[in-house]
Design a protein around this ligand. Sequence first.
Ligand code: FE
Length: 217
Amino acid sequence: MDNKALEMISYGMYIVTTKDEEKNYGCVINTLTQVTAKNVLVAITLNKENATNQALKASKKCAVSILSEQATSDLIAQFGYFSSRDTDKFQSVYYQEVEELPVVTDGVCSYIIGEVVNIVSCDTHDIFILRVSKAEKLTEEKPMTYRYYHEVLKGKASSKAPTYQEEKVVSNGKKYRCTICGYIYDDEKEAVKFEDLPEDWKCPRCGVGKDKFVKID
Ligand code: FE
């Protein structure tokens, strides 16, 4: 199969948020599709391992913020590469409470609120069908496309994204993989060997320290 063919599929960039009695949950997705025009239904796809997936199954209600081209790499990294289980993703972003849900408004052009009406299990992911109860446009900024995220922000898919493709590295040097975002540091392609990087060096993609990297073959 030619994976390059799959890369021709177009997507947008979104942050899905929900909450339980204790905390807020949220993650980045690139898979949202409007399914019906009347009594609007949309479909979103979430990895079964995501804390947001499990929280949404319980709450049955979520917000989806549609990211604009003003959304920063930091915002996407925060919601895309870390887990709501051990990070408070809402600590440093602007959000507002709408219908008792946390709605991210930072770098966002519009948002929708939806109630879960169906869940379809698909191997590693679930498709949630949402009935949209509210939609609001916030700014005139352009929505961010998946292509813009890759080409302009130089972003990569999280290993939990349905569109994730493992990077093939051809090198005889030492390579190290970030266990959070999958970024590969290849000694042969860098001026400084991984071992010689300063202790405060951070993953260029997701910002974690050297201790989160593992050596790979
Ligand atoms: Fe990383």
